[in-house]
Design a protein around this ligand. Structure first.
Ligand code: HEC
Length: 135
């Protein structure tokens, strides 16, 4: 390959990557910090704003229960989550109840798997659409 060909393909590649990145961001699937995903300002959660309702609850109640390592506390926090299923998130209750059952049996790692399961499945969507809802 000649020098100019190499240069040409390098330029094409970086244009391609730049384009893919822009399309990804425009889809609104990026888990952007702050509350402006999909252009919506929730009045909470962004820099300089108060925490959003569920975000604040997770950071205080859920986080401290988890840090305590106390299965009963983690179970009751997860049961609270289970009692508040948002619309359009059909696995919300089952994931939370499963974690609560494990926490009750002292399986803290099993309980923590429910955090990740829900976060992977619903956190981005919740942050994009529902984060100003009461919790
Ligand atoms: C059934 C769903 C669900 C379960 C189970 C769940 N979470 Fe969450 N969590 C969320 C959602 C949705 C958010 C995003 C709220 C927001 O930012 O508005 C969140 C946010 C958080 C945050 C705030 C993160 C940030 O960047 O602001 C922490 C901390 C957190 N969760 C910890 C936990 C822990 C620890 C567990 C398990 C013991 C857990 N969560 C279980 C749904 C869940």
């Amino acid at each position: 390959m000649s020098m100019s060909m190499k240069l040409m393909s390098a330029v094409l590649m970086s244009v391609g990557i730049g384009f893919a990145g822009a399309a990804w961001a425009a889809n609104g699937t990026a888990d952007v910090p702050g509350s402006v995903a999909e252009g919506k300002d929730f009045g909470c959660g962004a820099k300089g704003q108060k925490a959003c309702p569920m975000q604040g609850w997770m950071k205080t109640v859920m986080q401290s229960a988890t840090t305590s390592g106390d299965g009963a506390k983690i179970a009751s926090a997860l049961e609270y989550v289970a009692s508040k299923p948002p619309p359009g998130m059909p696995k919300w209750v089952a994931i939370s109840k499963d974690g609560a059952e494990k926490a009750k049996k002292g399986d803290i790692d099993g309980a923590k798997a429910s955090c990740k399961a829900c976060h992977d499945l619903y956190k981005a969507e919740y942050k994009a659409k529902l984060r100003d809802a009461a919790f």
